[in-house]
Design a protein. Structure first.
Lengths: 562, 567
């Protein structure tokens, strides 16, 4: 239950809107009840008056109940429309809050938390989960609370006319809205859990099969693995069939109980009529009211079911957000001072869960202004340097000093002020080129942007686009070629004019000429004080740097100065 | 966001209708059962109206109505059972159909083949096949039957009302058809507003995911803290934009509410006046009042399941996109790999290949791979080793030149690729036992055969050391095997097919020295009597080679121990 309590905690600032939404929802349901209740009475009372001769007919005032009927009809329409607006607005606000809150919690954990979940699917799921949490109010809390309030009113109104009829109605409503859904929920909960588990298994199997497709084809096993997936699917289907049987049964049982309760109300009312406690006109009114009362219970089975899903989704989101960052923020934050020299001595870094060391007994010193190429086989630990410097992962051994400060005392945001990185797996944000440059450097002027683009050899392309800096680059920079995207990432970092620049394969995807031009422009444009670390496979690029360091076996080896 | 998804239309609708036809019988049965339930409902309301009228106006005691109440119960039970059956039948049809679609899609993806699927993220494909296809279920199980019921029940109610009262018939017959008209009018208006804000909605809708994906980049820029505010801001902007669409879109349901409420009020007031004048009888009036909400009920249920259609059309876009991938792999994996005269050599002659015509990865490359002469291919990463392997596997066709295989008599073979055994860089184990993994290659293989191939691949000793031997579960969720053990297991598996050509992609790339040597030795042994081709960098594997081929600048160069190689 504590997960739900935490969602409710997130809803706190929205409680005014949410209460208004609930009030409107109750008003709409009550208007619906009132419309049928009053209509039933109107017909019966008119008929009674019509049958009792001219005097009674003239005494009967049709005007007032007719106004009431119209009032309830109008109220139903207005309240329902306003309810939709208010509750959806509150829901969207809640989703926004959940997202901002979870993002705030997640941000200090990147990229470790992203690396731990192997598939990029995790992010999709995370987004879907936050949405589901946002629906808690609209699709769970609202229908349940609204139904509870309305039911109390229905029973009270019925009780004014006949206490025994009210008791019958109350029993029917409780069975229909409380007992039946919870029994059905308990019966299907096991099945739902199994379905969810089997779906995870099938997803894992599908991943296996799709990733190993070529191999399975050459093993002649294509049919076999497809049949395995089909078997999993059949298991899920059996379970779903059982759950659907329970749910369909519960729905049918609800209609039976609703009608039986209405009949029960009628029988009780007839007894009161027989005893002279009620007028004839009340019989149709109470019967119709009894039927109409059950309308508020219609969304409940779905709400109970979603409650379960919300709990699972929220559990996942909270679990991820509650993970402590793998490098705690420094207790006494220091700030590096010029000259920004780096020295690593005897550094050992092992990623969580890994058996081997990414860096071990590693020594390296780089003075500010140096141009260093890092070369070596893939997986040797070249990119670990970035993770180390930005405190994305902690090092277990040795000492690192940057700008005269122990790295353990430096916050990642402070490092970002001094070091600019073009990562190999850089991300471009959807929107325009301008937006991406602004994200990198919010204070940049238009002129500075064009300069940075020029250094990155991208200005010709941007100039040729009709929208210029406002050219949209699509999701993840999809509308740019691989080389253009990388050059935009270079421009972002150049714009930040940091003291250090780390380039991870800056020329990948470029042809030889652009590559040469880019390196020329970079070396020319960057001030002499700027340190350049260039991680590269490309000998031509490495040759442009003053010093080449080979990374192998978790250590740095001096490979020569040019 | 289920509750707040905006109305949109995709060409996916047509594909959905096509699928719907395939379960026409199931859906037809569901509609017939649902129609029967509707008849029961109308009869049931008629009985209730009579009971109420008898009790209130004909001085009947409740004991006189025992027959009526029994009939009411019977109709109620009948209706509930019929509706239950209708739901189950629609559900069954939808389950069968989605399972069939999933199977067909997977088969199609196999026909597209691994090269054709390059650039498709596995995670995305899995999501489409899992959640995407699951999103179609409510469409078939709820939306389609409800769409049919939207015609059946109102007509039934209308027929009944026509029989009871002309005035009410006119009211219902006039308001009923107006609803869809007005809903459509409002719907178009909402659509127009949305079209105008479409780009913005799309952008803001995926902004959160985009920001999450770029979290590392934001931290590198030192902008993660600012991004928290940006996330909140974008969510708020999204809300404002969505609500401006919703304000109009919700009018569609308001139209429905309006007509439903109006006609009930009209029926009550119009009947009330006539009852007062004694020109109408109560039983008919009450019956019409009971029927009026049911007249609008299917329309409400239908609009409630409108999300099912939206979700399904959105999912269908992803599904259609995968179905539209061209089928490139023409291989029909056959199991008779050992049949026919043994192959002695594979020749690449003047081969140019790649993925874009203007930027071939291999150009005019030539080489011969011979039986009993293990060839090791080396080269820097990215020079085209994968392309060469794909060419040899027949997954990629050369743009120019030929890759041919000849047997002992010098005869070229057309379908020699059926005789290739391939172990990729990261062999995949399925979630199952060691034996199940091996039997993927030959489901009929007995234990002796499994032992024999395992021994050949130097895998027998570690398999027998596992807690349950060949019955130990392995794979991602099973026992942890080391990289070298997985390689040897994969080698054993491929040997089970007794291939005449053995191709291994970087089998020793991520192994420590000791397992590297074991794997290299096992490969050298397994390659005897076969055409063996291995991509490798490390000395242990190269030491086992009879021929070393270097790949550079799109060409193949012979190494010192070359038998025959041409650049």
């Amino acid at each position: 239950m504590s997960t739900l309590a935490r969602i409710i905690g997130l809803m706190r600032p929205l409680r005014g809107r949410m209460a208004l939404g609930l009030a409107l929802s109750v008003a709409a349901s009550l208007a619906n009840f009132g419309l049928l209740f009053l209509s039933g009475w109107l017909l019966a009372a008119a008929a009674v008056a019509g049958l009792s001769g001219i005097a009674a007919r003239n005494a009967f005032n049709l005007f007032l109940p007719a106004v009431g009927v119209r009032f309830f009809a109008t109220m139903r329409i207005l309240a329902r429309y306003l309810e939709r607006l208010v509750t959806h607005d509150a829901t969207l606000r809640l989703i926004g809050r959940v997202r901002a809150w979870s993002f705030e919690r997640l941000a200090p954990q990147a990229p470790a938390v992203l690396a731990r979940q192997r598939s990029g699917d995790m992010l999709f799921r995370f987004v879907a989960d936050t949405d589901r949490m946002g629906q808690f109010y609209l699709e769970v809390l609202l229908p349940i609370a609204s139904a509870a309030i309305c039911c109390v009113v229905f029973v009270t109104v019925t009780g004014v006319f006949s206490l025994s009829a009210a008791v019958v109605l109350a029993v029917g409503l409780v069975v229909c809205g409380g007992v039946l859904p919870s029994v059905a929920g308990a019966l299907s909960a096991h099945g739902m859990r199994r379905i969810s588990h089997q779906q995870d298994v099938m997803h894992a199997d599908l991943t296996e099969v799709l990733q190993g497709m070529g191999e399975f084809m050459f093993l002649g096993a294509a049919r076999t693995v497809q049949a395995r997936i089909a078997d999993r699917d059949a298991d899920i289907r059996n379970e779903r069939r059982r759950v659907a049987l329970i749910e369909g049964g519960a729905r049918s049982a609800m209609t039976v109980i609703a009608m039986m309760s209405a009949a029960g109300v009628l029988v009780m009312a007839d007894m009161a009529y027989g005893a002279g406690a009620l007028s004839a006109a009340c019989l149709p009114m109470l019967a119709l009211g009894g039927l109409a009362a059950f309308d508020v219970l219609i969304p409940l089975p779905a709400a109970w079911q979603l409650l379960w899903q919300v709990r699972v989704a929220a559990g996942r989101v909270f679990a991820l957000c509650d993970t402590p960052p793998c490098v705690p923020a420094p207790a006494r934050p220091g700030s590096p001072r010029a000259p920004f020299d780096l020295s690593l001595s005897g550094v050992g870094l092992r990623y969580p869960g890994a058996t081997h060391w990414a860096l071990r007994h590693a020594d390296l010193s780089v003075a500010q202004g140096a141009h260093v190429a890092l070369v070596g086989p893939s997986g040797a630990g070249k990119s670990t340097l970035v993770n180390l410097l930005f405190r994305f992962h902690d090092y277990q051994e040795g000492q690192v000093r940057f700008g005269g400060v122990d790295l353990r005392d430096v916050d990642a945001d402070v490092m970002a002020r001094h070091i600019g990185v073009v990562a190999q797996d850089f991300h471009l944000f959807q929107g325009s080129i301008r937006r991406n440059l602004t994200i990198a450097c919010p204070t940049a002027t238009e002129e500075a942007m064009w300069q940075a683009l020029q250094v990155a050899q991208l200005h010709a392309f941007v100039q040729s686009e009709p929208a210029g800096l406002d050219t949209l680059i699509g999701e993840g920079g999809m509308r740019l070629s691989g080389g253009q995207a990388r050059r935009l990432a270079v421009a972002q970092v150049v714009l930040r004019s940091p003291d250090w620049i780390i380039l991870d394969e800056p020329t990948e995807g470029l042809d030889a000429r652009t590559e040469r031009d880019l390196m020329d422009a970079l070396l020319q444009a960057l001030p002499l004080r700027t340190t350049i670390i260039c991680i590269t496979h490309n000998p031509a690029v490495a040759a442009r740097m003053g010093r080449v360091v080979r990374v192998e076996g978790g250590r740095f080896h001096e490979a020569g100065r040019t | 966001m289920n509750g707040v998804k905006v109305v949109m239309d995709y060409p996916g609708n047509r594909a959905l209708i096509g699928f719907t036809r395939r379960i026409g019988l199931w859906l037809g049965a569901a509609v017939v059962l649902g129609g029967a339930a509707a008849v029961m409902l109308v009869l049931q309301l008629a009985v209730l109206a009579r009971i109420v009228s008898d009790l209130a106006f004909h001085n009947h005691a409740i004991s006189d109505e025992r027959a009526g109440l029994t009939l009411l119960l019977a109709l109620l039970a009948g209706r509930a059972l019929l509706q239950w059956a209708a739901d189950m039948v629609a559900n069954e049809g939808s389950l069968r159909l989605t399972a069939a679609i999933r199977g067909e899609l997977l088969r199609h993806l196999f026909n597209v083949g691994p090269v054709g699927l390059t650039g498709q993220a596995t995670g995305h494909m899995v999501t489409v096949m899992g959640d995407g296809i699951a999103a179609l279920e409510p469409y078939f199980a709820q939306y389609v039957p409800r769409a049919a019921m939207m015609v059946v029940l109102p007509l039934l109610v209308l027929g009944m009302v026509a029989h009871l009262d002309a005035w009410s018939f006119v009211i219902l017959a006039c308001t009923g058809p107006l609803i869809p008209v007005f809903m459509a009018l409002v719907g178009y208006r909402a659509q127009a507003i949305m079209d105008r804000q479409w780009t913005q909605l799309l952008l803001l809708g995926s902004a959160f995911l985009d920001t999450l994906q770029g979290l590392t980049t934001l931290r590198l820029f030192g902008r993660a803290r600012d991004a928290v505010a940006a996330v909140a801001g974008m969510a708020d902007e999204y809300r404002a934009t969505t609500m401006s669409v919703m304000k109009v879109a919700f009018l569609t349901s308001a139209v429905l509410e309006f007509f439903a409420s109006l006609s009930i009020a009209l029926v009550a007031v119009v009947f009330g006046a006539r009852l007062l004048d004694g020109k109408a009888d109560f039983q008919s009036a009450f019956m019409v009042l009971l029927l009026a909400p049911e007249y609008f009920m299917p329309l409400r249920a239908f609009s409630a399941s409108y999300h099912a259609r939206q979700n399904a059309t959105a999912a269908m876009a992803g599904i259609s996109q995968l179905f539209a991938l061209p089928e490139t792999a023409t291989r029909h994996a056959t199991r008779d790999s050992a049949a026919g005269a043994p192959l002695v050599a594979i020749r690449c002659e003047d081969v140019t290949a790649g993925y874009q015509a203007d930027a071939p990865v291999l150009s005019h490359a030539g080489c011969t791979f011979r039986r009993n002469a293990l060839t090791v291919i080396t080269g820097e990463s990215g020079v085209g080793k994968t392309t060469l392997i794909r060419l040899l596997l027949g997954l990629l066709q050369p743009m120019q030149g030929h890759v041919t295989a000849v047997d002992e008599c010098g005869m070229p073979h057309a379908r020699w690729q059926d005789r290739v055994g391939w172990v990729p860089q990261q062999p995949r184990l399925i979630h199952g036992t060691v034996a199940e993994n091996l039997r993927l290659a030959d489901p009929m293989a007995d234990m002796d055969t499994l032992r024999a191939v395992a021994a050949q691949a130097d895998a027998l000793s570690f398999i027998e050391a596992l807690p349950q031997g060949f019955d130990t579960p392995v794979g991602e969720r099973g026992a942890c095997l080391s990289g070298g053990q997985v390689q040897r297991l994969a080698l054993a598996r491929v040997l089970l097919r007794n291939p005449q050509v053995l191709i291994l992609d970087e089998p020793t790339a991520s192994l420590d020295l000791q397992s590297e040597q074991r794997v290299a030795a096992a490969i050298a042994r397994a390659a005897v009597g076969r055409i063996g081709i291995v991509v490798a960098h490390r000395p242990a594997m190269i030491a086992q080679a009879a021929q070393v081929v270097r790949l550079r600048d799109g060409r193949l160069f012979s190494g010192p121990s070359t038998v025959e190689c041409a650049a």
